[in-house]
Ligand binder design. Sequence first.
Ligand code: PMV
Length: 344
Amino acid sequence: MPYTASWRSPSNIALIKYWGKQELQLPRNPSLSFTLSSCHTNMKLTVAIEGPASLTVLYEGLPKSSFETKIKSFFSRIDTYFPWLKHASVTIDSNNTFPHGAGIASSASAMSALALCLQDIDDQLQNHTTKNAGWWSHVSEIARLGSGSACRSLFPTAALWGITDGVEASSDHFAIPWQGQLDPFYTTFEDTILIVRDDEKPVSSSVGHQLMELHPYAGARYATAKENLFQLITALKNAALLDYFISICESEALHLHALMLSGPNPFVLLEPPTISIIKEVWRFRKESGIPVCFTLDAGPNVHLLYPKQYKESIMDWIKTALVPFCAAGKFIEDHIGSGPEKIS
Ligand code: PMV
């Protein structure tokens, strides 16, 4: 009889960016993210332990062989955790609520969902039912081996990944929940994602991380990221420091893309509408006094972060001033979420 596990796991948006890694997905600098909600992966894993060994990957119910290489390489990294994987017949069936590969961290939601499903099957095999803090750290570590940023998707509200001075239990191997110290004001944050392009990006994050190894500014970047994280933590503990939060968030997004532009093999993931949106955010914030800011992932789409109390005015502004910059007028309304959920 095959074993099955189904989980829903969200994407996350990094405020302090992870860009540069060593060994097996260990970060060159710590990062901190907000957990999203509407942008998530639903996944069902079916495993016949007795084999014969096989891997079937379905996306929206249809075969998706292009995902197989990444999943096989992930499986080879985690077969010491799950020895049964080597000889099992595995079927992964998933769907995303958002476009794959468009710079909305689809690997974060997919790999965290897969780590959860694999651990769930392993728990069934071992008759293990407890899901304590150690269980979540362990799943976060497994997710990290699939995609670094995925390790941050396991926790409600906010997560921190990477050894950080003054943050107890922080680790390069897994993320830790970071909601406890957050001023409750930030838990009301919305993230409206303006879709500038929804096709596959031309340079993957894996290539981007690799290029950091030869980057002339790598050392300065890792030091700045640590300093920015320290400042962001201070701002996140106190809503009165919102202006500070805004300037760190935007600076991190611009640094990420500046690194891409200034490396030995430069590449551009920004698109002209991305720049127009950034300028319009600055104009609108100055003129209206509404605290909305942007951040960017490794892609051209713009995440607008703002407190829920301003949603109505911001949606009016988005519809009139920003939708013209979006591909087919598309945007996704998301907000800070409560982390993964077991479906069955
Ligand atoms: O997890 P990866 O390898 O897809 O890298 C993610 C990198 C960024 O999204 C740009 C930043 C981050 O911290 O999520």
